[in-house]
Design a protein around this ligand. Structure first.
Ligand code: SF4
Ligand code: FES
Length: 272
């Protein structure tokens, strides 16, 4: 079992396993710290700086990024000091300057008292450059279809040479982890298109479910599932089942199990 570390967050005594981050320890203790680039399924990179906190005690007093700062014995953390709130409001204003129409960002900023921005660029893009899409595609899926290009105000997420990606497998994980909805996955008929910044960066033909006939997933994505989930167990994905049929099959098998259990209870119950 992992060694437990004692620390204090906003005056509350908290314990967390060694290796956890301050953000994880705070979240487990129901203490809110705002985040943007953090996602629990991804390795944190600490790029947006929204999760900054003030530390003291076992670390030199100062500001740290809580999603990459590991817990330490005797650490004292404050998540809402005047200075921290001032930095956060400035960051939110900067993000809002770039994405003034993003409902996600508008809500997040309002939660911290920021309702307008001095840094409006005259353009509006829902992408806040958090990098979650690039990381999930690179680190979790292993497809390396997305990357950042350019610097400063021209920085954006795109594909190699900004062309239709030959590496994308059409899984849509980028859209799932995007906090602002800046990546769209559109399924029409048997075609899937994935786009961001107004650019379609991948197109796929969807394979049909062997049970209901609905087009549901690109072949490249199903190949990845076969490679990652089936082959390591010595199995092969031979029939394609869409998530809906999969759920129904599970429900049917649960029902079968429940009715088998009921009949065995009836069979073995002793009459009074
Ligand atoms: S598209 Fe979404 S996930 Fe990717 S960098 Fe922009 S906001 Fe983050
Ligand atoms: S959430 Fe920690 S730096 Fe972005």
């Amino acid at each position: 079992m992992a060694e437990m570390i004692n620390l204090t967050i906003n005056g509350k005594k908290v314990q967390a396993p060694r290796g956890k981050t301050v953000l994880e320890a705070a979240t487990d203790a129901d203490i809110y710290i705002p985040t943007l680039c953090y996602h629990p399924a991804l390795e944190p990179e600490g790029t947006c700086r929204l999760c900054i906190v003030e530390v003291s005690g076992s670390l030199r007093k100062g500001i740290r990024v809580s999603c990459i700062q590991e817990v330490k014995e005797g650490l004292v953390v404050e998540t809402e000091t005047e200075e921290i709130n001032k930095h956060r409001r400035l960051l939110l204003e900067l993000f809002l300057g770039r994405s003034p129409d993003s409902p996600y960002l508008i809500d997040l900023a309002a939660r911290h008292g920021v309702t307008s921005s001095r840094f409006l660029t005259g353009e509006s893009n829902d992408c806040v450059l958090c990098g979650r899409c690039v990381r999930v595609c690179r680190d979790e899926i292993g497809a390396y279809a997305l990357c950042f290009v350019n610097r400063g105000p021209d920085r954006k997420v795109t594909t190699d040479f900004e062309r239709l990606s030959e590496y994308c497998i059409g899984c849509g994980s980028c859209a799932q982890v995007c906090p602002t909805g800046a990546i769209q996955v559109q399924d029409r008929g048997n075609e899937r298109k994935i786009s961001t910044w107004g650019q379609v960066f991948a197109k796929f033909k969807l394979e049909r479910c062997d049970h209901c006939g609905t087009p549901f997933a690109p072949a490249k994505y199903l190949e990845l599932i076969n490679k990652k989930a089936y082959q390591p167990k010595g199995l092969e994905l031979v029939d394609y089942i869409c998530p809906e049929c999969f759920k129904n099959r599970d429900r049917a098998s649960e029902k079968r199990k429940a009715s088998a259990l009921r009949s065995s209870v009836v069979k073995w119950s002793v009459p009074r």
